[in-house]
Ligand binder design. Structure first.
Ligand SMILES: [Zn+2]
Length: 377
C-alpha cells in the first residue's frame, strides 16, 4: 500500500530555471524514446524493451552533455513511464480494443520528474535534490512511513514535491476496546455513533460555493483568465480537502480501534440523486485514509452495507420510514428520538462490530463483549 504526501516548495529563480531546463530535456528524452518504440512497432511489428532503451542512456549522456546534469535515475524513470504506457497499449491490443499509441508530450503537458530511489534527501526545512539544489519546503503535515520516491511537479505558477511512502503493516493486530460507526453526510461531513458531528471546514465550504460561480462563468465565456481562476481554485480546494481528510482520519484512527463505515459504492446507489456530488471526492479519499491508517496501526476498519441504516431504529429495530428532508428519527414504538445521521451511525457501528468479531475472534476484548468497554460510540 502506498500513500502520497505533497508539499509546496519554494525554489529560487535559479533553481526554477534549472528544473525547467531539466524538464525540457526529460521531455525530449520521453518523446525520443516514444518515437523509437512507435517506429519499431510500425516498421517491424517489434517491441523494444525497457532494458534496450536503458542500455542506450550512457551513450546519450556521452553525446549530449546536458544529460550529465540530470540524475541518472530520473532519466531511467522516464523510460519506465514509457514502458508502462506501452505495456498498457499492448494489453489493450491483446484484448482486441482499438488503441492509439501513447502520446507525445507538448511543453505544457510535461510537468513532473521523479527520483525513484535516490538523489534526494530531507534536510531540515529543505529538500536536497541531486543536480538541482537545496529547496525550501513548507512541511504542513508530517510524513508517515518509508519514503520510496520523490517527484517534483509544477502546477501553474507553483511547485510541489510529492513523496510516495509505504507504511509497513503492523505486525500485531489490536484487541478492539473502542469502536465507532461513522455516517457520511451532506449536512455534516461525518456523524459519529457517539453523536459527535464533524463539519466540513468553513473555508472549504466557502471555496466550493465559489467554485460553482466560477464554473458557470467559465462555461459562459471560455476566457483564459476564467480558466486560470478555475484551475487555481480547484487546486486550492483539493489541497484544503486533502488536509482536512488527513487530519480527521488520523484523529479517528488514534481514538478508536475499530472504525465502521458505509460501503460508498452502495451508498451512492441508494442515494442515487447524490451521485457525482462534490462530496464524493472527499469521502473516497477519507475512507481510503482510514483503512490505510488503521492497517498500519494494527486496528480495524470495516465497511458495511448502508441499506436501511437511516430507516431502522437503532434501539428496537423497527423500520421508521423517512424522506430525505426529515432530519430527525422519532421511533413510534420505543420512543427513541435523535438526529437521523446519529441513528444511522449507531446502526452502522452495530453491523460492523458483529462482522469484525465473527471474522476475527481474536479482536474481541476480554470478557467477550465490546459493550463492556469504555467510550464506544
Ligand atoms: Zn425504536
Amino acid at each position: 500500500m502506498g500513500i502520497a504526501y505533497k508539499y509546496r516548495i519554494y525554489p529560487s529563480a535559479r533553481e526554477v530555471a534549472v528544473i525547467e531546463h531539466q524538464l525540457d530535456h526529460c521531455r525530449w528524452l520521453y518523446n525520443a524514446a516514444l518515437e523509437q518504440r512507435i517506429t519499431a512497432h510500425k516498421a517491424m511489428g517489434k517491441s523494444i524493451s525497457y532494458r534496450n532503451q536503458q542500455d542506450e542512456l550512457p551513450s546519450i549522456r556521452a553525446d549530449y552533455p546536458e544529460f550529465k546534469n540530470i540524475h541518472s535515475q530520473v532519466l531511467q524513470n522516464i523510460l519506465r513511464r514509457i514502458d508502462n504506457s506501452f505495456q498498457n497499449f499492448y494489453r489493450r491490443l491483446k484484448q482486441g480494443e482499438k488503441s492509439g499509441f501513447p502520446r507525445f508530450k507538448g511543453k505544457d503537458h510535461f510537468d513532473s520528474r521523479c527520483y525513484p530511489q535516490s538523489g534526494f534527501r530531507i534536510n531540515g526545512n529543505k529538500v536536497e535534490l541531486s543536480k538541482i539544489g537545496n529547496i525550501k519546503v513548507k512541511w504542513h503535515r508530517p510524513i508517515e512511513g518509508i519514503i520510496k520516491t520523490c517527484t517534483i511537479k509544477r502546477s501553474g505558477k507553483h511547485w510541489h514535491v510529492i513523496f510516495s511512502c509505504i507504511i509497513p503493516r503492523a505486525v500485531k493486530k489490536k484487541v478492539v476496546c473502542s469502536a465507532i460507526g461513522i455516517d457520511l453526510g451532506l449536512e455534516s461531513f461525518v456523524t459519529l455513533s457517539n453523536g459527535d458531528q464533524i463539519a466540513n471546514p468553513k473555508h472549504l465550504k466557502k471555496n466550493e460555493e465559489r467554485l460553482k460561480a466560477v464554473q458557470s462563468r467559465y462555461s459562459l465565456k471560455k476566457s483564459k483568465s476564467a480558466k486560470k481562476e478555475l484551475c487555481s481554485l480547484h487546486r486550492k480546494i483539493s489541497n484544503q480537502r486533502n488536509d482536512f481528510v488527513h487530519k480527521t482520519s488520523r484523529k479517528l484512527v488514534n481514538q478508536f480501534d475499530l472504525v465502521v463505515y458505509e460501503d460508498l459504492d452502495i451508498k451512492k446507489m441508494v442515494e442515487g440523486r447524490y451521485a457525482k456530488s462534490i462530496h464524493d471526492a472527499g469521502w473516497g479519499k477519507f475512507i481510503g485514509l482510514i483503512r490505510y491508517k488503521a492497517e498500519s496501526a494494527g486496528s480495524y476498519a470495516k465497511s458495511v452495507n448502508p441499506y436501511h441504516t437511516s430507516q431502522t431504529c437503532s434501539n428496537c429495530g423497527t423500520l421508521v420510514k423517512k424522506e430525505i428532508h426529515q432530519r430527525w428519527h422519532n421511533c413510534p414504538v420505543c420512543g427513541l428520538s435523535l438526529h437521523r445521521d446519529h441513528n444511522a451511525a449507531i446502526n452502522i457501528l452495530k453491523s460492523g462490530t458483529d462482522a469484525v468479531f465473527s471474522d476475527a475472534p481474536s479482536a474481541l476484548p476480554r470478557g467477550g463483549s465490546l459493550y463492556n468497554c469504555r467510550h464506544n460510540g
